[in-house]
Design a protein around this ligand. Sequence first.
Ligand code: ZN
Length: 183
Amino acid sequence: MNNMGGLIRIIAVSYALIIGFSLAGCGEQAFEPIYDVPEDLQTHVDTFIAEAAIRGHEFTINNLIIEYDPELAFSTCGMCNSDSKSNDIQKVVKINPNCTIRYNEQIECLVFHELGHCFLGRQHNSDLLPNGDPKSIMIPNDFNLYAPCTYQFGEKECDFRYKRDYYLDELLDESTPVPDWAK
Ligand SMILES: [Zn+2]
């Protein structure tokens, strides 16, 4: 009787496993990554990979679509469909072509923010540094963090490109210390 019970249990478990595996097999389709980035934005993806590598993060990005989408809300200059680090899903970044972007540093900052969501799994961060500047590229709706000068008013500081190194360090490592210029 005991043996029979054991046998039935083994058969039941086997069936459960077989059914389980077949269901999993049905639901899962092999992920086929698509890479499609506009030529003018490719340079920023390359820079992202290079700057990450300098900071000890090796990336292979083969699952990225970036597209210009004029249908994005007026106030949204970019978005990513995912803030997961997981690389087995298709990442899609949309950039609003109606946003006023004048400088290379601004579009780079915007693309890096979106790649921060897509490939670093970073969320928005609106914290400020002691001098009142944003702590992170992951602040929403601000891609002027390290922009060059647009309008010089008197002696007021205007060219912020020297801040780029810090913002890239922070993007790759949230515990980056406050830089001297922000103390
Ligand atoms: Zn964002």
